[in-house]
Design a protein around this ligand. Structure first.
Ligand code: HEM
Length: 115
């Protein structure tokens, strides 16, 4: 199962790049709104993250802690809700937008440091 795990991990990193990249690019453009690429990124992270929660690692390799999966899932759902339901607004609150970026960075840190 190890190749499947690595492919999913790669897709999870691509999704992270899409979500963070689209958010930062939008922010520096000066118009603070939700763009469609951010919605795609949030969706990719939910799907690939849930798939990574499956026990698909090489024999003997440690599976991720349940607490990490639960916290990451809550944060990812929060991000998905925050981008999806504001997608039609011409502009969103700066705090709302920065919270999306911050939560994305928190979830990436949890994925990296919580072993
Ligand atoms: C916006 C949402 C998310 C972001 C930005 C994010 C980001 C990341 C990043 C950057 C890594 C490090 C990858 C590596 O070390 O190769 C990671 C790992 C991981 N994430 Fe996420 N993640 C998100 C959502 C989720 C969700 C919803 C789950 C599952 C409930 C999840 C489960 C995992 C797992 C299990 C790993 C470890 C990968 C491994 O097996 O090596 N993530 N995440």
């Amino acid at each position: 199962m190890e190749p499947l795990h690595l492919i999913l991990r790669y897709a999870h990193l691509v999704g992270f790049a899409v979500l963070l990249g689209a958010s930062v690019a939008q922010y520096v453009s000066g118009r603070i709104r939700i763009n469609p690429v951010m919605i795609w990124g949030a969706g990719i992270q939910l799907v690939t993250g849930l798939a990574l929660a499956a026990p698909i690692r090489a024999e003997g390799a440690a599976e991720p802690p349940t607490g990490k999966l639960a916290v990451k899932l809550v944060i990812a759902v929060l991000i998905a809700v925050m981008v999806f339901f504001s997608r039609k607004r011409d502009e969103v609150n700066k705090g709302h937008f920065l919270a999306i970026v911050g939560l994305t960075l928190v979830n990436a840190a949890l994925g990296t440091f919580w072993r």
